[in-house]
Design a protein around this ligand. Structure first.
Ligand SMILES: Nc1nc2c(ncn2[C@@H]2O[C@H](COP(=O)(O)OP(=O)(O)OP(=O)(O)O)[C@@H](O)[C@H]2O)c(=O)[nH]1
Ligand SMILES: [Mg+2]
Length: 191
């Protein structure tokens, strides 16, 4: 098969950011009970503009200590999904607090030069959740808005912002449409 029809998608983000639910809700219609992922690989295919695209998706543990393992997995990636849970505004905290966004920006700069990044604000259904609002409010914080996800793209060279909820599925299809489109475009540029 023509090599342009295969895509390696690498999905990263903080622990419990909603990575597994994002891809499993889309590809398998599943939202499994929470178990931390160390490493997962899933292969499937999608139709894009009438063409079959073979997808190999890699989900990796977001812990800082697993940076070396992620380094081994990044090569060959065509597009990255970076998940940021909207109920975790600390992740985009400015340096000083050194939020994890800063860490992802450095790691992807080192390991995924020129690769498109889709930054996904996950769990968008929690933006109005009273329990989340109370928890964050106690620390004078608010859930991340879509404009905060857009702002996060400024830390990356080649990123776009989307948001979604794996519970309501709102926005999930758009995430994978954009991921496949950007991944294929990147492959054809680099041929
Ligand atoms: N309300 C809401 N909760 C979600 C959503 N996605 C995930 N969650 C919750 O967040 C938990 C963690 O989601 P996962 O998808 O397993 O997160 P992950 O990033 O794969 O976690 P690790 O593999 O441990 O890094 C889930 O068990 C759900 O309770 C969502 O769209 N909305
Ligand atoms: Mg997971």
């Amino acid at each position: 098969m023509d090599k342009t029809n295969t895509l390696k998608i690498t999905i990263v983000g903080d622990v419990a950011a909603g990575k597994t639910w994002l891809w499993q809700s889309y590809f398998q219609n599943r939202k499994p009970p929470y178990v931390q992922t160390m490493f997962d690989n899933y292969s499937t295919s999608v139709l894009y503009n009438g063409q079959e695209v073979l997808i190999s998706l890699f989900e990796m543990c977001g812990d800082e200590e697993y940076a070396e393992l992620r380094k081994v997995i990044y090569p060959g990636t065509n597009v990255v999904i970076l998940c940021i849970a909207v109920d975790n505004p600390e992740s985009v905290a400015k340096s000083g607090n050194f939020g994890s966004l800063e860490r992802w920006s450095l790691e992807l700069k080192d390991n995924c030069k020129g690769i498109p990044i889709v930054i996904v604000g996950t769990k968008k259904d929690l933006r109005g959740d009273p329990v989340v609002l109370r928890r964050l409010g106690e620390n004078k914080l608010k859930p991340l808005k879509y404009k905060d996800i857009i702002k996060a793209t400024k830390k990356f060279k080649n990123a776009i912002a989307l948001d979604c909820s794996s519970i309501s599925k709102d926005g999930v299809q758009d995430v994978f449409k954009a991921v496949v489109k950007l991944g294929l475009r990147n492959k054809s540029y680099n041929k």
